[in-house]
Design a protein around this ligand. Sequence first.
Ligand code: PFF
Length: 456
Amino acid sequence: MSEHRDLTIHGQWSSRWTFVLAAAGSAVGLGNIWKFPYITGENGGGAFVLVYLVCIALIGLPIMMAEIMIGRRGRHSPINTMRILSQKEGASPHWKYIGWMGVIAGFLILSYYSVIAGWALAYVFRAAGGMFTGASAEQVGTIFSTLTDSSERLLAWHTLFMVMTMIVVARGVKSGLEQAVRFLMPALFVILILLVGYAMTTDSFMRGLHFLFDPDFSKITGAGILIAMGHAFFTLSLGMGAIMVYGSYMPQNASIASTSLIIVGADTLVALLAGMAIFPVVFANGLEPSSGPGLIFQTLPVAFGQMPGGSFFGTLFFILLVFAAWTSSISLIEPAVAWLVENHGMSRVSASVWAGAAAWLVGLGTVFSFNEWSDVTLFGKHFFDLLDFLTANIMLPLGGLLIAIYAAWVMTREVSRDELAMERPVLFGLWRACIRYVAPAAVTIVFLNAIGVLGG
Ligand code: PFF
């Protein structure tokens, strides 16, 4: 072990807890509160949730450990980490393309992530202005479509959010972020519990729970399984180097296994709480669970409009949602920024501006796909759906598959054993079995099944 192992040119988290907060900040985001409910609604509920949970445990958790391990060992941007480690292990330099695919996936995800985060920003002001007070589901629906029908409005909010992202990334992921995550994450948690409390007062609470937790396997398809698996990667920020780059700033003595468990646990809890808050309101108001990306924006305001202090809680909720999205979006471009700094000698400021501007430009496609271009489709999907499908369901699982193969088959057993330093050998064995066989096989089968090779 050489001394330079503890150092990166980008700095290091001040403690293990900072890493946990930053990684949890990356994981918990729109994926949990906006995407999880709507894809669950589109894919029939319980069975989909079950597949998602199995993927989190058997694929997500072990791959998260692998990503942190690789990052901390390489101590560079994912592209350079993969190149440097491969050189050390005497493996092909081509493994660096995992890093490249991650950078591209991060860009593409950020481009639409920022547009959706822009909706949340817009909703902060709508909630604060009392627009939801006493509003019917129909009126809330109109508020939503008025927003998404207007490309100018979406563009303005998208631009604002992207600038916010660039500012934090330019300052360095550590300063600012540490403070923000420490208070805002617990606050988000509390407000979600409050929303679940409200959902309990509706007469549809049990119906919501049954929808979420009663698996009906006749409702799930091969495509649904692919979406559930893709979402396990998306929600945990895996498969594109975000967790890897955060791992590269992690102190050497922190435990990777217990840290990963905390992050995965917190992320899953937030998603399930969001589901428990939303579906009862959906059913109580006769809304469609399968109404798509607008789901939370069309249902939660109805709840806020009816509860006492709703304007206050609604405003707070959307502010926290923006923060959750913010702490995720910065991790989406961090791999690219770290690489620009390392390989092109750019300052963090110019690297952030260039990377953010590029993602902003691609984001225009998503902005227009909700209005001007809503009729333009490819394979039956418009721009936003296509981008989301390509990144979350193909690029992230593919990246994760390659990371698993690298950690299990290229890195030696000894290296990973030392790096993970797990107290119980049984648990290490379990991790290795998952990363070596279970995760790669599962991802491959789900891919093949979705392509239809196995008749899915
Ligand atoms: N995990 C984030 C969410 O659930 O909203 C999204 C995300 C962030 C995906 C970072 C991928 C990533 F690298």
